[in-house]
Each structure stands twice: as structure tokens, then as C-alpha cells.
Write a protein that binds this ligand. Structure first.
Ligand code: C2E
Ligand code: MG
Ligand code: MG
Length: 577
């Protein structure tokens, strides 16, 4: 029991002076529950002037629901007084003069004044503190931008759901959703538009999901979905498909048209893992594979994927070392004029022989380099080497145009055009002897930004070709505006021209289109005479393929050219008789 009884007795005036010094509200209440003293600070909290409270029952300061039982509590306190510091009782509030509840914390004590026992209450306004707490709690659980759950909250809910799924034997599905090419939206249209797109995607996903499904933004452009009680895999996949479609709807921001897309990795628990961590990792692997499979799609995890990822990581390491050790080479494949058979240029193709893996195809390692950032140094090495080779051949009296493949990722580099200019100047390369091959999809998907870059490249006098043409979805309008001189018909169509009527029709159409737009058309992958004859007949301008030669090391190019020239003159003699 605590009573302030020791020392000299306190006078009433002294008490009033003292309590006024205290920055928190102070109330002195007698055993009848009547306020006998209140300090100035209580007015800020309660809205009642301290003086006006004196002589009034304390209960008017209590929230209505607490008034009925208050007398009893007060009596118990006087009978069994206990010093109560701040922070003991949660969720206390005080009723302001305007009827509003103010969250407060209250400490209590008891003392004797002139023979009468008094309760002393120190009242602290904690509204700001509570608001701050609530905000901190909200931020920990939610993503501020989209209002969806945060990574922290999602992993908590996932952990609980996995335990439940194991217990109830009702599987759950976890989806990891990553937006495709989100970086180019941010880079091309600004972060403000990127943020808007994230909000839009959140809303679209919410629209597909049911009330009880958990949706979170894990960070950046990555979202996660938790679906409980997923008894049927096809039913789950229907939801996933709906998400892919909903996210992929065109979106307009100001006067920019954006085509969003997402790649989704799907795992099921407990089948694919018995803990949140494992499930998230595997969903991530499946999502990566979906990206590789062409984006805008989903894949369900399987064990082979993990093995593939491991191989990839290994390939990455080896490629990095090869690049550092200057172990990569460029080979060159001739492109010939369809009419005269004369060589008009060569395409530079990367070659890599790993001591253990043997020869690794660029079709395999270029995507790996793209996914791990190695494509920048690799692409730079290719451009640099090609420029040097052009000059070396020139010194031998060979003015040979060299086509270099450029990855989408290189095109996104803001410094790309500048670097190109630098290299041309450094090696004194006549720009017309350099051609850049850009895949149709890369040129089209980056829209405005890609076009601007291509304009800058074209302004340098460097030529441009659209590679793998026919695989993408070029709009005619776009194509007309692109500063490209050549279209390269994709190998897959060329190889089908003799067997597949559709391939023949498409090849014919591409040649017609190129003529209409005033562009040169090159067929790649020409392997036999029948294909050559078809392409010549249809008016294709240039041909490239094993029929003429595979890609060979730079040293062999002069001899190869002589041989092809000779062949051409013989063929020309034959065909002109
Ligand atoms: P691409 O640019 O379409 O290159 C043509 C591919 O077709 C080359 O494959 C070439 O060797 C192959 N090819 C040529 N003629 C024939 C033929 O008659 N029949 C068949 N079946 N194939 C033929 P390669 O060298 O394996 O390159 C594959 C792809 O890798 C290239 O396709 C290109 O997209 C990429 N690539 C190659 N080198 C580079 C590079 O330096 N940088 C970048 N970013 N990508 C490169
Ligand atoms: Mg190419
Ligand atoms: Mg190609």
C-alpha cells in the first residue's frame, strides 16, 4: 500500500502549484469520486477547463460504457490501493467535452490530504503514439503503394496455411507473379507511370480472385497469391489463366499505350514442399522458367526445373570466366546476293568452346547471359571485336559488311548509341560496313524508346536489319516507320518452304511486304538448292545458309570468299545458257 504520508504535510496551495508543473493531465479525486483538483494540462486533453472540473464527478470524463462500473472500481481502489504506473492497462480512453474519445494512458496513486484519502491520476494523451503504432503496424503488414499485403505478412499467412494444409490434407496453391519488362515501363515512361501500372495490376488481380484468397506485393514488380483448399489442379490453373489474361489487357497511361504482361510460377503444398521457404523458392524457379518460355505465361513447378536452374548457374559461372579469359570467338557466315551469287556481307556469330562442356551454342548461352547481366560486357566485346575485324579486312583490301546480333537488353542500355559511336571512332570503321541485327520482337516491344534509339544508330550511318522476321507481331505502321534497311526471314519459315504450304505463303508474303516498304529481304537458313530456287523465284534479295557456308573463323573468310566467287561465276555461266 502506498500513501504519501512521510515528511512535512503538504498544503493545498502547494499541491495545486505542483500539479500545474506536470505536463500530463493531473486529477485529484476524493473517495466519493468527485474531482477536487485538476491541472491546466487536463484541459488540452479533455477540453474541460481544470477549474470547471473541480466539484464535478469524475465519471463525466469516462467513456459512457465505463461509467456504470466506475464507482465500484473506485471503491475497490480506495479499499486496496495499489500504485499503478503507466502502461499497465491497454486501450484506456477519456471522453472529451465534445463527446470524442481520446486514447490515454493513466497512472494512479493514493495520498492523504488533511486526513482525507485522495486518488491521484496522471493522464497522458497517447493519440499520436497510438496513430503511429497503428501506422507502423499497417506498414509492416501492407504494401503502401497497392494496399496489398506485404512480404512479411504474406510469409506469416503462408506459414500458417501450410500447417493447415498439412493437417487438413487440403492442398494449397502458391503463385508467384512477376511482371514482364516492367523495367522498360519505368525507364521509358517514368516511375510515376510504373507505380500506376503496379496499382492497376493489383486491382486486376483482385478482380479475378475470391474474397478469401491472399494477395500480396512482395516487392518491386513481384506479386504473390495464396489459394487455400485447392482440391483440383485444373480449377487452380483456370484461376492462373484468368490472372494471365487480366494482367495482359492493354493499358493506357496518358497518351502512352502499354501492353503489360506477367510470368507466373505455380506450386502446390504439401506436394511441392512442406514449408513456406521451400515453396517460395520453387515457385520462383517455375516463374523463371515461365519467363524463359516466352513470358506472358505460367508454369507449374516440377523437379527437373531445379536441375535446369543448377545447370544454368553453372553455365553462368563458366561463361563469366570465358569472357574474362577472352576465350570467346566470332565466326562469320557469308550472305550472298540471290541473283549474282556474290558475297555481299557476313554475319558475325559468337562461338564458345568450354573445356568441359565442349561447344556451347549461342542459342543456349546468350539467354543465360541476358538473364544475369553478362550480356552487357558480352555484347560490348562482340561489337568491339567486329569493328576491329572490319578494319583488319579493310587493310587486306576486303571491304566486307559485317552484321552483328544485338540483344534486346543491349538496346535498353541508355548509353548504347554513344558506345557505338565511340567504337566507330576508335577503330575508324566506315559506318556503312557495320550492320546491327535486332530481333523483330525486340524492336517492336520497346516501342517509342527502341525507335528513338534506332533512329540515332541510323543517323550514325550504321545499317539495321530486323532478325528472325515473321516470328513477332510487327504492325505495318510500326514497320514503315522503323529506320531498318533489311528484313531477315526467320530460318524456320525458310526451312519449311518446300514442305509446308503455310511457310511458303508466309515467306512469299514477307518478300512482298519488304518490296512494298522498299526494304531488302534476306533469307537465313538456306540449306538446299530447292530452297534457293524458290527464294530466287520469289524475288528474295539475299541468301544465307549452310548451302553456301557455315560460319567460319575470320582467317578463313578471304579464302571462302574466293571460293564462293568462283562458284558464283560458274553458276552464273550455267544459268545464263
Ligand atoms: P540468328 O542471328 O538468327 O543467327 C542465325 C543462326 O542460324 C546461327 O545460329 C547460324 O549458325 C544458324 N544457321 C545459319 N545457316 C543455317 C542453316 O542453313 N541451317 C541451320 N539449321 N542453321 C543455320 P547460331 O550461330 O547457333 O546462333 C543462334 C542465335 O544466337 C543467333 O540467331 C542469334 O540470335 C544468337 N547469337 C549468335 N551470336 C550472337 C551475338 O554475338 N550476340 C547476340 N546477342 N546474339 C547472338
Ligand atoms: Mg542474326
Ligand atoms: Mg535469325
Amino acid at each position: 500500500m502506498v500513501e504519501v504520508l512521510a515528511g512535512a504535510p503538504l498544503s493545498w496551495d502547494q499541491l495545486v502549484q505542483w500539479v500545474d508543473l506536470i505536463p500530463d493531465g493531473v486529477l485529484v479525486v476524493n473517495q466519493q469520486g468527485v474531482v477536487v483538483c485538476a491541472n491546466t494540462a487536463i484541459q488540452d486533453i479533455s477540453g474541460h477547463a481544470g477549474d470547471a472540473l473541480v466539484g464535478e464527478p469524475l465519471s463525466q470524463l469516462l467513456p459512457p460504457q465505463a461509467r456504470a462500473g466506475h464507482d465500484r472500481h473506485l471503491q475497490r481502489f480506495f479499499d486496496m490501493p495499489d500504485l499503478r504506473p503507466m502502461g499497465r492497462v491497454a486501450d484506456l480512453s477519456l471522453c472529451r467535452s465534445d463527446g470524442q474519445a481520446v486514447p490515454v494512458d493513466i497512472s494512479l496513486g493514493l495520498f492523504r490530504l488533511g486526513g482525507e484519502r485522495m486518488a491521484l491520476a496522471v493522464v497522458r494523451d497517447v493519440s499520436q503514439l497510438r496513430a503511429l503504432h497503428a501506422k507502423a503496424e499497417y506498414l509492416a503488414m501492407h504494401d503502401e503503394l497497392t494496399g496489398l499485403y506485404s512480404r512479411y505478412m504474406f510469409t506469416e499467412l503462408l506459414t500458417q496455411a501450410v500447417v493447415q494444409a498439412l493437417r487438413s490434407e487440403r492442398p494449397l496453391a502458391l503463385l508467384l507473379v512477376d511482371l514482364d519488362d516492367f523495367k522498360s515501363v519505368n525507364d521509358g515512361h517514368g516511375h510515376h507511370v510504373g507505380d500506376q501500372l503496379l496499382r492497376e495490376v493489383a486491382q486486376r488481380m483482385r478482380g479475378v480472385l475470391r474474397e478469401g484468397d491472399v494477395l500480396a506485393r512482395l516487392g518491386g514488380d513481384e506479386f504473390a497469391v495464396l489459394l487455400r483448399d485447392q482440391g483440383s489442379v485444373p480449377a487452380t490453373l483456370t484461376v492462373v489463366e484468368k490472372l494471365v489474361v487480366a494482367i495482359g489487357q492493354p493499358w493506357r497511361s496518358g497518351n502512352h499505350d502499354i501492353s503489360p504482361g506477367a510470368s507466373i510460377g505455380v506450386v502446390f503444398a504439401p506436394g511441392d514442399g512442406g514449408s513456406g521457404d521451400v515453396l517460395l523458392r520453387r515457385a520462383d524457379i517455375a516463374m523463371y522458367r515461365a519467363k524463359e518460355a516466352g513470358r506472358g505465361t505460367y508454369l507449374v513447378y516440377d523437379a527437373q526445373m531445379a536441375q535446369h536452374m543448377e545447370e544454368r548457374a553453372q553455365l553462368q559461372g563458366r561463361l563469366k570466366r570465358a569472357l574474362q579469359a577472352d576465350a570467346l570467338r566470332l565466326h562469320f557466315q557469308p550472305q550472298v546476293c540471290a541473283r549474282s551469287g556474290r558475297v555481299v556481307g557476313v554475319e558475325a556469330l559468337l562461338r564458345w568452346t568450354d573445356p568441359e562442356l565442349g561447344e556451347v551454342s549461342p542459342a543456349r548461352f546468350v539467354p543465360v547471359a541476358e538473364s544475369c547481366g553478362l550480356i552487357q560486357p558480352l555484347g560490348d566485346w562482340v561489337l568491339d571485336s567486329a569493328c576491329q575485324q572490319i578494319v583488319r579486312w579493310q587493310a587486306q583490301g576486303l571491304a566486307l559488311r559485317v552484321a552483328v546480333n544485338i540483344s534486346t537488353h543491349q538496346l535498353r542500355q541508355p548509353r548504347f548509341a554513344l558506345r557505338l559511336e565511340e567504337l566507330l571512332a576508335q577503330w575508324q570503321v566506315p559506318p556503312a560496313l557495320l550492320e546491327l541485327e535486332i530481333t523483330e520482337s525486340a524492336a517492336m516491344s520497346n516501342g517509342e524508346q527502341a525507335r528513338e534509339l534506332l533512329e540515332r544508330v541510323a543517323a550514325l550511318g550504321v545499317r539495321l536489319a530486323l532478325d528472325d522476321f515473321g516470328m513477332g507481331y510487327s504492325s505495318l505502321g510500326h514497320l514503315r516507320q522503323m529506320p531498318v534497311q533489311r528484313l531477315k526471314i526467320d530460318r524456320s519459315f525458310v526451312q519449311g518452304v518446300m514442305q509446308d504450304e503455310q511457310d511458303a505463303v508466309l515467306t512469299r508474303a514477307v518478300i512482298g511486304l519488304a518490296k512494298t516498304l522498299g526494304k531488302t529481304v534476306v533469307a537465313e537458313g538456306v540449306e538446299d538448292e530447292a530452297q534457293r530456287a524458290f527464294l530466287q523465284r520469289e524475288g528474295c534479295d539475299e541468301l544465307q545458309g549452310w548451302l553456301f557456308s557455315r560460319a567460319v573463323p575470320a582467317e578463313q573468310v578471304p579464302a571462302l570468299l574466293r571460293q564462293l566467287e568462283q562458284q558464283a561465276s560458274q553458276d552464273w555461266l550455267v544459268s545464263s545458257y
